[in-house]
Design a protein. Structure first.
Lengths: 149, 149
DNA sequence: CAAATTTATATCGTTCACGATGCAAAAGTA
DNA sequence: TACTTTTGCATCGTGAACGATATAAATTTG
């Protein structure tokens, strides 16, 4: 079989791509009532851990480019979840801070992780098995992270 | 810790999302010379396995909605990789077939999977470990696939 | 200190991804 | 056979992702 490797079923990346889309989709029922998307939820997770961060720190934490994060933050600002202020020491920076609405959303989002865990267990009958993938995923991510240097 | 679960580092989905983006990005150096994107490459994988499929079959195979696949196919048609003809028995269907260019691209793409495997081994020092994730990913995908019914 | 370089963010263009909706052909039903 | 429902695909609008490019502020260098 000369083209055996070109079979879809042999591709790890396709599985990651699909699993990512489907798990992100599984968040939708919980995020939609809050009026946020999954990437916006990720930004909130970052800010709930540490408020008042420059754009670059948020981008690095999420391993996204700033040209992805900037428009994302603009939409979140328009939605009243954050504000972006000029940095004090470095005026090139834009410091992203949670608004009252952004802070309060944490309470509404509190149960989302366990809701998702329950959904996944209910739909797959598993949980432990998926936790076992975490170290491998971390190793893969760590290896692929450093592309440009 | 009331909000412990809301920490980014505790989220499986974020890892899948990141791993997916980074592995897809790892294909870029190989796909860009061919003038195709990763989703277009997936469509080609499907058609290389079995030519002349209706839009719906391709979408189902990739677990994507037709409203994602249709514009994708339109771009691929414009690029001369495929043609879309009206179905014979069922004239609602659009049968997607590879063109000469689409068929020949298989030869150019033949080594991409092993190139990627080599890259990943070189960057992470691992390979076996990632193969171990496959059954878990399949189980996750299978469980989450059936959302609407 | 002036000039060159780097850094932080923003803008633009293209391509997904997907919910919502539309439409015509096919299938099922009265 | 007429009517309803379903199916297959397309279109539209919104929100990511990201490469390429722009701009101003900081930093480094000569």
């Amino acid at each position: 079989m000369e083209y055996e490797q070109l079979k879809l079923d042999n591709q790890l990346c396709f599985r990651l791509y699909t699993a990512s889309r489907l798990t992100t989709g599984a968040y939708h029922p919980y995020l939609e009532p809050l009026g946020i998307t999954y990437p916006q939820y990720l930004v909130l997770l970052v800010l709930w851990e540490k408020d008042r961060q420059p754009v670059n720190d948020i981008a690095r934490r999420l391993m996204l480019e700033t040209n992805t994060v900037t428009p994302l933050l603009q939409r979140m600002e328009k939605a009243g979840l954050i504000v972006r202020t000029k940095g004090q020491e470095d005026s090139r920076q834009r410091i992203v801070s949670l608004t009252k609405k952004g802070i309060e959303m944490r309470e509404q989002a509190k149960h989302i992780p366990e809701c998702l865990a329950t959904d996944i267990i209910q739909k797959t009958g598993e949980e432990e098995e998926f936790a076992k993938m975490i170290p491998s995923l971390d190793k893969l991510i760590e290896g692929l992270k450093q592309t440009n240097n």
